[in-house]
Design a protein around this ligand. Structure first.
Ligand code: SAM
Length: 292
């Protein structure tokens, strides 16, 4: 059991992250806040009580208020009133970081609009945990939350993300993950690298790495249960051969200077300008030779 640092907290709303599996992944600061806040609010009051019990934090008569997607409009005024009265209010979603595919956004926004302090005690989140395990580049990533549940809408959403130059991360339900991987392979290409990160920080944690086609096949053959994050690599370099560049240049060189044509084509095809400019110079010289 940890030595809690109980203290009078400054008024404001404290957004704390809670574990996504292993109970000891909560931070010491989040425990201190849970032990000290005047009012406690949670997406799931039962799971927060359990977490507090594990870490030896008693309620001691403090209000414990449910705040979730279905009662925000009713519960928010009560929490705002506590803030108005100068109280410290702590909020935890069911697991991980509030507002990351979880409630808390309207509450934080209302607190900001009313001029209250908003304090974050960071900690676990499944998306960051999955990224670190995926083996895929983490220099730039796009968290896309949950995809739509119907095939047509899911494919449209995936098409919108196909060219994003970043690693893509999705939350997914075990019921839909096989279909999601199949659709992702169809839309993004079966050979894109991907990782399925399941039951992170829990007893049956598993990370499957492979191409989208391989993962789709594996999930079809052996369905998996539990909580999961799908991480997908960005699109590879598009391979463009010299004749594609020539065709694109010839289409625009009639009404542009060599320099402008090289700029436009290198931008459109995502190529280095120098390479395109060399080809444009050659086409320009050929055409002048013809004219003469
Ligand atoms: N706020 C949470 C966070 O910061 O990660 C996410 C909440 S969202 C409602 C729940 C989804 O997060 C699950 O359906 C799953 O996709 C993902 N998730 C949560 N815990 C996980 C875990 N231990 N392993 C893998 N994915 C997890």
């Amino acid at each position: 059991m940890v030595n809690l640092n109980r203290q009078a907290l400054a008024p404001g709303i404290y957004l704390i992250a809670t574990p996504i599996g292993a109970a000891r992944d909560i931070t010491l600061r989040s425990l201190d806040i849970l032990a000290s806040a005047d009012v406690i609010a949670a997406e799931d009051t039962r799971s927060l009580r359990k977490l507090m019990d594990i870490h030896g934090i008693a309620l001691e008569g403090r209000p414990l208020i449910a705040y979730h997607d279905h009662n925000g409009a009713q519960a928010r005024p009560r929490l705002m009133a506590a803030l108005e009265a100068g109280k410290s209010v702590v909020y935890a979603s069911e697991a991980g970081t509030p507002m990351v595919a979880d409630p808390g956004f309207d509450l934080a926004r209302a607190a900001i609009a009313a001029g209250h302090c908003v304090i974050s005690a960071p900690g676990p989140s499944a998306v960051v945990t999955a990224l670190t395990l995926s083996g895929l580049p983490t220099d730039r990533f796009l968290f896309a939350g949950f995809l739509p549940s119907t095939c047509a809408a899911r494919k449209t959403a995936l098409r919108d993300l196909a060219a994003v130059p970043a690693t893509l991360a999705f939350y997914e339900s075990p019921k839909r993950v096989a279909a999601m991987l199949r659709d992702a392979a169809d839309v993004l290409g079966g050979d894109r690298a991907a990782a399925l990160c399941r039951e992170l920080t829990k007893k049956f944690e598993e990370v499957l790495r492979g191409t989208l086609a391989e993962l789709a096949q594996e999930l079809q053959a052996t369905p998996r249960k539990g909580e999961m994050v799908v991480v997908i690599d960005r699109a590879g370099e598009v391979s463009v051969n010299e004749s594609d560049i020539e065709t694109a240049l010839r289409a625009v060189m009639g009404n542009m200077s060599v320099r402008d044509a090289a700029d436009a084509v290198s931008h459109d095809l995502g190529l280095k300008r120098r390479q395109v400019y060399q080809i444009a110079l050659r086409i320009g010289a050929d055409e002048r030779g013809h004219d003469g």
